[in-house]
Design a protein. Structure first.
Length: 294
């Protein structure tokens, strides 16, 4: 007769291991954990790391210690020159409106000293730079903006470039406000374009580049500005061109030579200072315009 060994006592049932869920999406099961904090993360929360994956919070925390790339003279790195494209689009929009509304809108945008001095149409000092007489006019200015704008926008970043463009346009209008015959009507982006010409020259000198090409362009355009009206009778606002050139060149000098320590602050002060000077020049001139008109 054989004896059977006693049967082992029944073991208690083991609870199943709980499946972890994403700490950001509790309804999603996952076995992947962040390499830094070890919290469970689902595929939507996974961020590639040197080893494995990290959660969004750990990636953001790690990026705080990384120095952000800057453009040559400050500002964020520009991949797409959005400001240049917006400026071009506004110019096209305005001249396109002329085909729909005639000259009604254009008459409200051009630079006209009595309207500015009246006190409620100071906007003309800027909107005149987005107005053009005809397609030939806008093609010349638009091409210059399209070629030069992205170069300057990448050098200074979006906002500094925008300030340079608008203040150059304003500088052209302000010189015209002082020196043009009172009843003169002016329009066009040429003042801003000349300011961009001056800025390219300054940037080139600062970076030790060959600036002879842009110097020739500036000289030729200045010659056309003064000679063409004499030989053809075509009206060209020399004040707009010269005012834009002076303003853009001086402002760009301040931007590129701003101390690297607190450069953004110094550049902001330069932009604010240029705006303050131009505004002051307008306000000082207003009484003379009003007395002439009255």
């Amino acid at each position: 007769m054989t004896s059977q060994p006693p049967s082992p006592p029944p073991q208690p049932e083991q609870p199943a291991e709980a499946v972890p869920t994403c700490y950001r999406h509790p309804d999603r099961e996952t076995w992947v954990r962040c390499q830094r904090c070890e919290r469970p993360i689902c595929p939507d929360c996974m961020r590639d790391a040197a080893v494995g994956f990290q959660c969004p919070e750990c990636v953001a925390e790690g990026n705080k210690g990384i120095r952000q790339a800057k453009s040559t003279f400050g500002g964020n790195v520009v991949r797409t020159p959005i400001v240049t494209y917006v400026i071009l689009a506004l110019n096209v929009l305005v001249i396109g409106s002329q085909f729909v509304l005639g000259d009604r809108l254009l008459s409200e945008l051009v630079m006209y000293a009595p309207a500015v001095a009246g006190g409620d149409q100071y906007y003309r000092l800027i909107t005149a730079a987005f107005s053009h007489q005809d397609l030939v006019h806008i093609l010349f200015n638009g091409w210059a903006i399209f070629v030069i704008g992205p170069y300057l926008e990448r050098a200074f970043g979006h906002w500094r470039y925008l300030a340079l463009y608008l203040l150059s346009a304003l500088g052209g209008s302000v010189l015209g406000f002082w020196l043009d015959p009172v009843n003169t009507v002016t329009l066009g982006a040429s003042g801003a374009v000349f300011g961009m010409f001056g800025a390219v020259f300054v940037v080139g000198r600062k970076l030790n580049l060959d600036v002879r090409g842009i110097a020739v362009i500036i000289a030729l355009n200045l010659a056309i500005t003064f000679v063409l009206p004499i030989i053809s009778g075509i009206g060209i606002s020399w004040t707009g061109h010269v005012g834009g050139l002076i303003t853009g060149t001086l402002l760009c000098l301040a931007l590129v030579h701003a101390p690297k320590t607190n450069r953004a602050l110094w550049q902001g002060l330069a932009i604010a200072g240029a705006l303050a000077v131009l505004v002051a020049l307008v306000l000082v001139r207003v009484p003379a315009i009003v007395s002439f008109v009255g």
